[in-house]
Design a protein around this ligand. Sequence first.
Ligand code: ZN
Length: 242
Amino acid sequence: MTKELEKLQQWIDESSRIVFFGGAGVSTESGIPDFRSVDGLYNQQYDYPPEEILSRSFFDRDPEEFYRFYRNKMLCLDAKPNTAHKKLAELERAGKLRSVVTQNIDGLHSFAGSMRVWELHGSVHRNQCMGCGRPYGVERIRDSAGVPRCSVCGGIIKPDVVLYEESLDSYVMEQALRDIQNADLLIIGGTSLAVYPAAGLIRYYGGERLVLINKSVTPYDSHADLVFHDSIGTVLGEIKIG
Ligand code: ZN
């Protein structure tokens, strides 16, 4: 074990209110692409950049094209939880971890067994009729052609995913902030912290045990008390519980 890992292990051993805040890097280790980093690829197949297709005004204007992109690129339903997801679920079961705050929409933390997960950007697994509010699972989106419609009222079904131009759910945000404020150890992984609201969330943490795990350097490395430039699965995989 390296000195850094020993320190992380010690901090985890001493903590009971850990919060993990994760970005796209947590999911890329399960084979889910980060669409922001491969922009060029999509431009070859679509007439618009992903940021435009995944905006609320685009959804309202051209739901058919939205769903063509969404089904091809955003639904990665074969992906499985990786070492990081599983370790975080274990830490929660062991009474060490308070919650997971994530920017990912794939639901993999819940699949791994995490109970208290704040999904800041929503989840592809929840969908709702815009007309009557009836909920639908992700299979309905995957298995329908064109624009999925409600079987009761015929309204358009919309994923419970926060699109560009939409605001974050205020309840989810408040709960996430409260957990971060009360955390005795904050571990941030798989994000360069460049994307809203990631950078802002850190400011709510008043403790002295801020850990950053990211493959590349981030602008916040110097603010952190412990930094790993490595994969999250590799680092958390070394941690022993109990
Ligand atoms: Zn309906």
